[in-house]
Design a protein around this ligand. Structure first.
Ligand code: AMP
Length: 371
């Protein structure tokens, strides 16, 4: 099958790398005019003139980026199957719709309000109790379009800084850790769940993900599985879906946001699971049986951000796998990731410390299960 991918960044590239052994071939539609994927066929289309060329080449379409016009996805759906569908994308690209779906399915979230002016933002901060986190309803990712308000008086500046007409304002969660659940649903409705990962963010950007977790209660994984299954079934979803959650002191899970695609907190599966999230996404969209999702090793994914490390020194470490994206260095930019695999968490902690020391400006790994 020729798989069409909307977007041509690192997620698309890793999808293609996983698809070649399955016999899949790839055509990318890049609407930004600056792709980083470097395989398959790339149609650069910043002025929306080459959609027909793309459609002629592909049997099925998926995407690696959800902030695309829903009208474009609908247009493509009129000609080719698109997985996940425009409905799933429309919900996931808008925090207000996403929160409404969580509410409808009984998936707990931080307390929140939707506001459309600086005055409403100040009111919401007062009612929810500061600190609160204000987030643009659309277009936000990696902590962009967000502000933390320490007092309601900060509403005017935060409103101006974010510069959007609609915001979601959330109570600040005093979480024990951030976790995510990744699951995949096939065209036939079959679902597989990956072991949950613990994620460490700095300034809204993911730095490390560890999976599986040594101290994760089976009931917590079951709860996360139930939440994500409800979302998958409700959206009649096909492909990989990621749900980011906060785990609170009493063990409860609160949904933060979801991503309708392969996700950075699932990159560990490339070297640490029986079937990677990328392969499983491709199996799903092509109507193939899903692969096993169990972990084969204790794994930590470390993002390479802004500056490249010395590859030889990194690869000189045992059990380190480097995945580079072919991008140039820039502040805040994800340039690659490293998967460190180990037999157990004590060994993982040692190897990760050595690896992090070789990553420029990497924060100290801090996981809830480490001493
Ligand atoms: P998001 O873009 O919504 O994933 O937010 C980026 C990061 O900001 C999250 O991974 C958290 O570290 C932090 N964050 C977002 N919302 C909240 C919240 N309601 N309470 C505490 N921290 C938050």
């Amino acid at each position: 099958m020729n798989v069409g991918i909307l977007g041509a960044g690192q997620l698309g590239q890793m999808l293609a790398l996983a698809g070649y052994p399955l016999g899949s071939r790839f055509t990318f539609l890049d609407t930004t005019g600056s792709h980083s994927a470097d395989l398959g066929e790339i149609i650069s289309d910043p002025h929306n003139r080459r959609l027909n060329e793309f459609l002629e080449r592909v049997d099925v379409v998926t995407h690696e980026f959800e902030h695309l016009p829903v009208s474009l996805i609908r247009e493509i759906e009129a000609h080719r199957p698109v997985y996940p569908s425009s409905r799933a994308i429309a919900v996931c690209q808008n925090r207000v719709k996403e929160k409404a779906l969580f509410d409808r399915l009984g998936i707990p979230t931080p307390d929140y309000r939707v506001v459309t002016s600086a005055a409403e933002l100040a009111d919401a901060a007062q009612t929810l109790g500061c600190p609160v986190v204000a987030k643009s309803a659309t277009e936000g990712y990696d902590g962009k379009g967000q502000a933390v308000l320490r007092t309601p008086d900060a509403a005017g500046d935060a409103w101006a800084d974010i510069g959007h007409e609609q915001l979601v304002v959330e109570a600040f969660v005093d979480f024990v850790r951030e976790v995510s659940i990744i699951a995949v649903r096939g065209r036939d409705g079959a679902v597989q769940f990956y072991p949950m990962a613990e994620n460490q963010h700095v300034d809204g950007i993911l730095r490390y993900s560890v999976a599986p977790l040594p101290d994760l209660d089976a009931t917590v994984q079951q709860t996360a599985d139930d939440y994500i299954r409800a979302l998958l079934d409700e959206l009649d979803y096909v492909g990989v879906l990621a749900l980011e959650l906060f785990q609170t002191r009493d063990g409860k899970l609160l949904a933060n946001e979801m991503a309708p695609r392969v996700h950075n907190s699932g990159h560990w599966t490339m070297d640490g699971a029986v079937t990677s999230q990328f392969e499983n996404h491709l199996r799903a969209v092509q109507g193939l049986p899903l692969g096993e999702t169990a972990a084969v090793a204790t794994t930590c994914m470390a993002n390479v951000i802004a500056r490249e490390p010395d590859s030889s020194r990194l690869l000189g470490q045992a059990d380190v796998h480097l995945h580079r994206y072919g991008k140039s260095e820039r502040a805040g930019r994800k340039l690659g990731h490293v998967n460190v695999v180990a037999r157990d968490h004590a060994e993982l902690a040692r190897k990760l410390e050595a690896c992090a020391a070789l990553l420029p400006d990497a924060p100290e790994p801090m996981f809830s299960f480490l001493p």
